[in-house]
Design a protein around this ligand. Structure first.
Ligand SMILES: [Zn+2]
Length: 429
């Protein structure tokens, strides 16, 4: 099975790609001008900030960034584009031949990254159509992958990784994620157009893969076609759209010059999942705990980095988790430092204690139970109840019951208790 993606991401610029209209207007048709409504004689002027962001994305996705980049007109006839063409990139996109390494270690190729304008929004009513030009000209980056995603799990990993890389560049893809999926189970390529949001993307892929697998199994063959995702039925259905990229007319855009990419300030990429992997290896902690804390939270990463040379990584992770759970405001480094010190003394503060620490008040720290005490308590609970022991390996409720009972007695760190219990169960196997 092969899945390829075309992902459209809106860039966080204040103004549109080729004019100075705002990008955040909500009242329809209030942020428009002759350029973004495609009036005759109007001329586009490139938003340099959008260019810089798109080059930063291409760089973070390890693409080859050309020395100069240019624009093309993609010609088509549709009410969302009264000038009859969309300004996009064809021969000289801002990036090509990149890759993303996903959680499993597999590399997924990035074919190209291109900068383009969003068309207007078309709203269909019973017997008429409304058009909102606020969206017309909003800068988009289109990221095209190679068809190298092998299953649903890899698709989830790919989007998570991309989302994290873009998050660290200041781009939130949840705000407006629009994806075209190419899915081929047997060799015939089916395109599922305009899927919006992460959940729909995974649902659409799952449905389409199963649909094609059923056809192949029944020896009916898969028709090469364009489909769309019907959210309310959680299904894909044939769509009437016929055009493929080969059928569009492209011409060089004479209104826009060629732009040098040298000299553009490129934002330094942060690969949080790679950092999580490195730290987990170096400090002997769980990769998943770190990933959860830092992939979409630069504040947590900064806290850990600021203290990692003075404290143990386990205590840092616990302290960040405690702040996330209980803090009423953004943690400052001095509060963090105090929480880490308390955790390193073996204590596990509850909500009340955390609020006192946050308020700068004094707290009484009792050292938590030792590993031996925790082990003894676990063994005592298991020894009292032979049925419980049988349930522990397979029933999460039984596992949580034991962890909960130990926490209640000693006010211990849940993660530490879980680890002791896992270890004891392994020994008993
Ligand atoms: Zn405008």
């Amino acid at each position: 099975m092969r899945i390829g993606l075309e992902i459209h991401v809106a860039l966080p610029t204040r103004s549109k790609l080729f004019c100075s209209c705002r990008t955040d207007a909500s009242e329809p048709n209030t942020a428009i001008c002759p350029t973004c409504t495609g009036m005759p004689g109007s001329k586009p002027t490139l938003n340099r900030n959008a260019l810089a962001i798109s080059v930063s994305i291409a760089n973070a996705l390890k693409c080859r960034v050309p020395e100069s980049t240019s624009f093309a007109r993609k010609v088509y006839f549709y009410p969302d584009l009264p000038k009859n063409f969309q300004i996009t990139q064809k021969d000289e996109p801002v990036g090509a031949a990149g890759e993303i390494t996903i959680e499993s270690g597999k590399r997924i190729g990035i074919r190209r990254v291109q900068l383009e304008e969003d068309p207007a929004k078309v709203i269909r009513q019973d017997d008429y159509t409304l058009i909102d030009f606020n969206r017309s000209g909003v800068p988009l980056v289109e990221i095209v992958t190679e068809p190298e995603i092998g299953n649903e799990e890899e698709l989830r990993m790919f989007i998570t990784e991309l989302k994290s890389i873009l998050y660290y560049l200041g781009i939130d893809i949840d705000r407006e994620l629009k994806v075209d999926l190419n899915i081929s189970v047997s060799g015939s390529r089916v395109e599922v157009k305009n899927v919006t949001g992460m959940k729909n993307l995974l649902d659409a892929a799952r449905y389409e893969v199963q649909r094609q697998e059923k056809l192949v199994k029944a020896k009916q063959g898969v028709v090469q076609e364009t489909r769309s995702y019907v959210e309310k039925d959680m299904k894909t259905a044939p769509s009437r759209e016929k055009e493929s990229d080969e059928e569009y007319g492209f011409i060089f855009d004479p209104d826009l010059a060629s732009y040098k990419t040298t000299g553009i300030r490129i934002a330094k990429p942060v690969y949080a999942s790679k950092i999580a992997k490195e730290y987990s290896k170096r400090y002997g902690v769980k990769d998943s705990a770190l990933r959860e804390l830092i992939m979409f939270n630069s504040g947590n990463l900064a806290l850990i980095d600021s203290a990692k040379d003075r404290h143990g990584m386990k205590a840092l992770i616990t302290a960040v988790e405690l702040l996330q759970r209980y803090a009423s405001k953004k943690a400052d480094p001095s509060v963090f430092e105090r929480v880490v010190e308390i955790v390193e003394k073996g204590a596990y503060p509850d909500k009340e204690m955390m609020l006192r620490i946050e308020a700068g008040k004094s707290v009484e720290v009792h050292a938590g139970a030792s590993d031996e005490e925790i082990d003894n308590e676990i063994k005592r609970l298991i020894g009292e109840n032979s049925k419980l022991l049988k349930e522990l390996g397979k029933n999460p409720k039984a596992f949580n019951f034991v962890v909960g009972a130990v926490i209640k007695k000693y006010k211990s760190n849940p993660r530490a208790v879980s680890e002791r219990l896992e270890r004891i169960l392994k020994e008993l196997e």
